[in-house]
Design a protein around this ligand. Structure first.
Ligand code: CP
Length: 320
């Protein structure tokens, strides 16, 4: 594993190893460890061509907690606005002394292009590219699921996959790199996936994916599911033709108060997940987002541990 570009590239052994190392990064099961010397003297560059709160900050926290130096690059305010290319930007970072590049880019495939060219010979981590993939988000989601289930069952999470787990990914699948990365990883770890979406927000070809497709969220909830992974409606990527009516979307595809009540009345143990940022009142109600079932903030915390594990595996030479 030289780069982390797509969860489709990960074997079950590699994925479980990343989750296990992330588990070691959690202190006493509640906090992420504050500082390890593992990457002292190494420099991680966060190369962000698209806005981010969670991913950029947690990669920065992860690198610093491994004692690496961090350079944060944001395309806004950089020479990208003067027309500088990805190649010249990347080679400038190499000349400055980068040892690894974490890249978020609006174009699907930009991280893979950086990894495939001879522009720079550094580990590349995809921090989200267009509608393609967001592998560390899927890894932190898997980590969250695995840890929650292990806590519930009173067993150690180490070495476990997600065998037999039923996960519904709900909403704007068309524009979601989170959905795609989760689909591949959840399958690799043994979970079964149902994609729930309006027909206009499913990509062409989704019927050939390794999942069940549903257009009925209430039916999926009634049949029972271990986790509902709600997706952000990505207005910024939508053409007018796709943009749903907010009230209609919330009524049919949102995890609203009524659906939360259905879960509670049934005594279901269903977890509520969201990668953030959330459109409260659209794909998820505030009551659902803030309920005891919600793992939203736990996912953010786990993101630091998973990103520490990813940087550690790529930079320390502790490869499979
Ligand atoms: N989940 C996620 O990628 O959030 P950010 O866009 O804030 O990084």
């Amino acid at each position: 594993m030289k780069h982390l570009l797509s969860t489709a590239d990960l074997s079950r052994e590699e994925a479980v190893k990343i989750l296990d190392i992330a588990g070691e990064m959690r202190e006493a099961g509640t906090r992420v460890v504050k500082k390890l010397p593992a990457l002292r003297g190494r420099t991680v560059v966060n190369l962000f061509f698209e806005d981010s709160t969670r991913t950029r900050i947690s990669f920065e926290a992860a690198a610093k907690r491994l004692s690496a130096d961090v350079i944060n690059f944001s395309a806004k305010g950089s020479s990208v606005s003067k027309g500088e290319s990805l190649k010249d930007t990347a080679q400038t970072l190499l000349a400055i002394g980068a040892d690894a590049v974490v890249i978020r880019h609006p174009d699907s495939g930009a991280p893979a292009r950086l990894a495939a060219t001879d522009w720079i010979d550094l580990p590349i981590i995809n921090a989200g590219d267009g509608t393609h993939e967001h592998p560390t988000q899927a890894l932190l989601d898997a980590f969250t699921l695995r840890r929650q289930l292990a806590l519930r069952d009173g067993v150690s999470a180490t070495g476990l996959g997600l065998d037999g787990l039923k996960v519904a990914i709900v909403g704007d699948i068309l524009h979601s790199r989170v959905a795609r990365s989760n689909l591949w990883l959840l399958n690799t770890l043994g979970a079964s996936v149902t994609m729930v979406a309006p027909p206009t927000l499913l990509p062409v070809g989704a019927e050939s994916w390794p999942c069940t497709i549903s257009y009925d969220l209430d039916q999926v909830i009634a049949e029972g599911v271990d986790a509902l992974m709600m997706l952000r409606v990505q207005g910024e990527r939508m053409r007018a033709a796709y943009f749903p009516n907010p009230r209609e979307y919330s009524r049919y595809w949102g995890l609203d108060d009524a659906r939360l009540g259905t879960l509670d009345a049934a005594g279901a143990e269903t977890l509520i997940m969201h990668p953030g940022p959330m459109n409260r009142g659209l794909e998820i109600s505030s009551a659902a987002a803030d309920s005891p079932r919600s793992t939203v903030l736990d996912q953010v915390t786990n993101g630091v541990a998973v990103r520490m594990a990813s940087l550690y595996m790529l930079l320390s030479g502790d490869l499979i």
